[in-house]
Write a protein that binds this ligand. Structure first.
Ligand SMILES: Cc1cc2nc3c(=O)[nH]c(=O)nc-3n(C[C@H](O)[C@H](O)[C@H](O)COP(=O)(O)OP(=O)(O)OC[C@H]3O[C@@H](n4cnc5c(N)ncnc54)[C@H](O)[C@@H]3O)c2cc1C
Length: 426
């Protein structure tokens, strides 16, 4: 979140009814503000949508949330049940040599990685890409088989595109420190702030349950809710919270002739992505391991970014778990924009081909649900930090002018919830 509230005046206009806009509305209502919310489509939730079929549910975007204390507090407040990963399904895999492995490094690589993490000292370079950071502090094996797949899972982007300070500021190693001594040094300073480790969870019934709960909570209390309303200008209110993607926010500042901010916002690039939920009879996919999912590093040169084992992870993802399993397959990303040009039939073919080669899945899925995002996830490059700087120095410098969305510092639902709830304690 960039900017601060103008708490002397208790009215607020929020543009954008995705999860960021809903969280902002929920929090501001709790703080006693009169809130108006404007959303260009005819539904709330933005990217988040859970679709039902005869075989089970599929998520268009977010599948789960890391349940930190503020996340659990919000779900409790909304009386919405969060389910942990099902017993026996919490393994996470990385593909290596075509085989899913829970520990993708060899013993020698593991020792070399630990050695680097202990002894390789930072020269204090301000902004490193995740690739340079990993090579410096962990080595090539960890870059290829830990960092690269992790970044695919979060951003569907490549390690050289992601800036450590933008995406993982806690991993910036202070000058003269190694990764391990740097982490110990920072944790020592922030000891009091650490809570229990966040667990991966999902609302029963899918992510849209969170949207529905927020909607039910705020709807009766909103001063105004306009759906199907595309805001073209900034509304007149003491507090304006812009919760639309960066490219849509740029349009407001172009109209307002705030060209520096408009230009900066237009430089936020997004990953192209296809998510495809496939439903299978259990017996056809017995070679796919039970777990949370499998990430595919670039070095493996496969056509998929990863596979989430949706029905293994959370209850209620398939109508009959004794007969069916569902998986959400991720394709595309910044390195494989070519996949976005394939039609649905070709996408299904690519998925089937990969599942057959890797896991001997011979039969076609009984149901498949594809979603295409030309602009899915903002890329946390060094460019995005410049956008934050320009925003802080210009429009957001005035109280009551706030930018809030998955490009303003936190890409995950957990991060967005935590930022919104920070307002309650400020
Ligand atoms: C495929 C995929 C998988 C993901 N998986 C996870 C996950 O498992 N866990 C996790 O934590 N996160 C995940 N994420 C990230 C998370 O889903 C997003 O970061 C989050 O949903 C973004 O919400 P938002 O409100 O910032 O943006 P959006 O959802 O894009 O909402 C913006 C809203 O603004 C509206 N709007 C735009 N312009 C205007 C205008 N001019 N006037 C009025 N309204 C306007 C849009 O219609 C939209 O409703 C995933 C994302 C994707 C794409």
């Amino acid at each position: 979140m960039i900017g601060t509230l103008n708490s002397s005046k208790k009215d607020a206009a929020i543009i954008g009814g995705g999860i960021s806009g809903l969280l902002a509305a929920h929090t501001l209502i709790q703080l006693g503000y009169e809130v108006s919310l404007y959303e260009s489509t005819h539904r709330l939730g933005g990217l988040i949508k859970t679709e039902k079929s005869d075989f089970g549910i599929s998520e268009k975007a977010a599948n789960s949330v890391l349940a930190s204390v503020p996340v659990i507090d919000l779900f409790n407040e909304l009386r919405t049940e969060l389910c942990p990963v099902q017993k026996g399904s919490n393994k996470k895999y990385v593909l290596r040599g075509g085989v899913p492995r829970t520990l993708p490094l060899t013993v020698t690589e593991l020792f070399a990685t630990i050695g680097k993490a202990f002894f390789s000292r930072s020269d204090g370079q301000a902004s490193l890409s995740m690739k340079d950071w990993a090579l410096k502090h962990l080595g090539a094996a960890a870059l290829n088989y830990l960092i690269d797949p992790m970044l695919k899972g979060i951003y569907a982007a490549e390690p050289q595109q992601i800036s450590v300070s933008a995406a993982f500021p806690k991993l910036v190693v202070p000058k003269g420190h190694s990764l391990i001594s740097g982490l110990a040094f920072c944790h020592e300073k922030k000891k009091s702030k650490r809570g229990p480790r966040a667990q991966m969870m999902a609302p029963r019934g899918g992510m849209e349950a969170l949207v529905n709960a927020l909607e039910s909570s705020i709807k009766p209390k909103l001063r105004e809710l306009k759906l199907g309303y595309t805001a073209l200008n900034l509304p007149k209110a003491s507090n304006v919270v812009i919760c639309v993607p960066a490219y849509a926010a740029a349009a407001f500042f172009r109209t307002e002739e705030q060209n520096d901010l408009a230009n900066a916002l237009e430089q936020v690039h997004y990953t192209p992505l296809i998510t495809s939920t496939v439903f299978y009879h259990r017996k056809e996919v017995s070679r796919l391991p039970m777990g949370v999912g499998i990430l595919f590093p670039s070095i493996e040169k496969r056509n998929l970014l990863g596979i989430l084992c949706s029905s293994d992870s959370f209850p209620g993802r398939v109508t009959d778990p004794s007969l069916l399993r569902s998986f959400t397959v991720l394709l595309g990303g910044t390195a494989r924009g070519d996949i976005m040009n394939l039609d649905d039939e070709r996408v299904s073919f690519v998925i089937r081909e990969e599942l057959e080669k890797l896991f001997q899945v011979k039969a076609p899925p009984i149901h498949i649900n594809n979603h295409r995002w030309t602009k899915a996830i903002p890329i946390y490059s060094s460019q995005i930090e410049k956008v934050w700087e320009v925003a802080r120095a210009t429009w957001c410098a005035q109280p009551g002018k706030i930018l809030f969305g998955n490009y303003t510092g936190q890409v995950s639902i957990r991060g967005l919830i935590e930022e919104a709830r920070e307002l309650l304690i400020e």
